[in-house]
Design a protein around this ligand. Structure first.
Ligand code: RFL
Ligand code: PHB
Length: 390
């Protein structure tokens, strides 16, 4: 097979890039290791910045999001037994976020791809990348007992943190920056009404908690947990009890509990690989960087990466210019490092860090006090949460 672009990975980055390229008349194929059901079964992000919403509109998949998504103009910070609202809309001159699950974004992109008759090869095994340092890269994979080869102009590595793309780059050509946090998030999805109209981020001496949602009838909650914890050790009752303890009395009182429909533990990590381009291979999304979920930036960074990449590749074909391609890595990394900084800062502010002890807790309390009582500090927080411009 011969295509202009081979995309590895059918997560949000790969699917959105596929949609952007299709809109620009560029021919691309997507290779995905798993089944569509598996990809849709991963419960992840919930908050979309305006930039991501606009991108989904641009590729024509925004209709259901605008109908079913929840527009939020603020969120609450809970600490010291009380809640404080950050009025993002007022502080940023009208900017808001969209609460719409990654599962739904993925489903909308998959459906649009299917309707447009575009090729996605699911259950592609042993994907390997070749010759991306020359003019004709190749991607090989196995499916149904046979080996296949795709010849292309460019490879887009959209295959997540554990994918093959970043791993295919020679070690000397890439530099990794990483911070692994000494805890994880235990997340529970349940068909229960959200605790409040907006998200609640809680700093508590027992650890961080987050009350989020997917709709007015489906909640997504998280509690900070130990990296040694196993999901099986956490009964639903134990989870709800722990969450309740980490909230203010009024919130704890109004929490509606119910059976979990998904429960998982995610480790927290900050990671950036530089650069993001190696000849004709480009990394995008989680393949190139990870943020701890506290700032809700991962999916949004994936969207901005592929927006830059889509424009760069389109410019190459339509204008015969390599300027976008040459500037891709630098352009992405500037936005990525700013989101990394925000996510790292918010993670440090909200979680219990065993090693910092009581002094660390006092510092967090002082910073939270400053944050909610200073317009300058709240504005900084709001501006970053709604997302910096592309
Ligand atoms: P994905 O979603 O990991 O998709 C990569 C795809 O590549 C496939 N793949 C391969 N395919 C072929 N060959 C191979 N060798 C392959 N290896 C892997 C995989 O099967 C998969 O389908 O990466 P992508 O597309 O870059 O998307 C990134 C986002 O998924 C991620 O950044 C967000 O989910 C992060 N995130 C959040 N982001 C937000 O913007 N807002 C949030 O509120 C938010 N909350 C979260 C999150 C991530 C979380 N976890 C579990 C990591 C909450 C959590 C708990
Ligand atoms: C989610 O709804 O899954 C979610 C929301 C906000 C975050 C992280 C996760 O910061």
């Amino acid at each position: 097979m011969k295509v202009q672009v081979a995309i590895v990975g059918a997560g949000p980055s790969g699917l959105l890039l596929g949609a952007l390229l299709h809109k620009a008349g560029v021919d691309a194929v997507i290779l995905e290791a798993k089944t569509p059901e598996y990809v849709l079964g991963r419960i992840r992000a919930g908050v979309l910045e305006q930039v991501s919403v606009d991108l989904l509109d641009t590729v024509g998949v925004g209709e259901r999001m605008h109908r079913e998504g929840l527009v939020h103009g603020g969120f609450e910070l809970c600490f010291g037994g009380a809640r404080h609202r950050i009025d993002m809309k007022r502080l940023t001159g009208g900017k808001q976020v969209m609460v719409y699950g990654q599962t739904e974004v993925t489903r909308d992109l998959m459906d649009a791809r299917l309707a447009a008759g575009l090729t996605t090869i699911y259950e592609a095994a042993d994907v390997s990348l070749h010759d991306f340092d020359g003019p004709t890269p190749r991607v090989r994979y196995r499916k149904d007992g046979a080996t296949h080869e795709i010849e292309c102009d460019f490879i887009a590595g959209c295959d997540g943190f554990h994918g093959v793309s970043r791993a295919s780059v020679p070690a000397g050509a890439i530099r990794n920056f990483e911070r692994v946090y000494p805890f994880g998030w235990l997340g529970v999805l349940s068909d229960t009404p959200p605790l409040a109209h907006e998200l609640i981020y809680s700093n508590h001496e027992r650890g961080f908690a987050l009350c989020s949602m997917r709709s007015m009838t489906r909640s997504r909650h998280y509690v900070q947990c130990s990296l040694d914890d196993k999901v099986e050790q956490w009964s639903d009752d134990a989870f709800w009890d722990e969450l309740r303890r980490r909230l203010d009395p009024a919130a704890a009182e109004s929490l509606v509990t119910g059976p979990s429909i998904e429960k998982s533990i995610a480790p927290l990590r900050s990671f950036v690989a530089e650069p993001m381009r190696f000849g004709r291979l480009f990394l995008a999304g989680d393949a190139a960087h990870i943020v701890p979920p506290t700032g809700a930036k991962g999916l949004n960074l994936a969207a901005s990466d592929v927006s830059y990449l889509g424009s760069a590749i389109t410019e190459y074909y339509q204008e015969r210019s390599s300027a976008g391609i040459d500037g891709y890595s630098q352009r992405c990394l500037r936005r990525i490092w700013r989101a990394e900084r925000f996510s790292w800062w918010f993670t440090n502010l909200m979680h219990k860090f065993p090693e910092t002890g009581e002094f660390g807790q006092k510092m967090q309390a002082a910073e939270l006090d400053y944050l909610v009582n200073s317009v300058a500090a709240s504005t900084t927080m709001a501006e970053n949460y709604v997302g910096l411009p592309l």
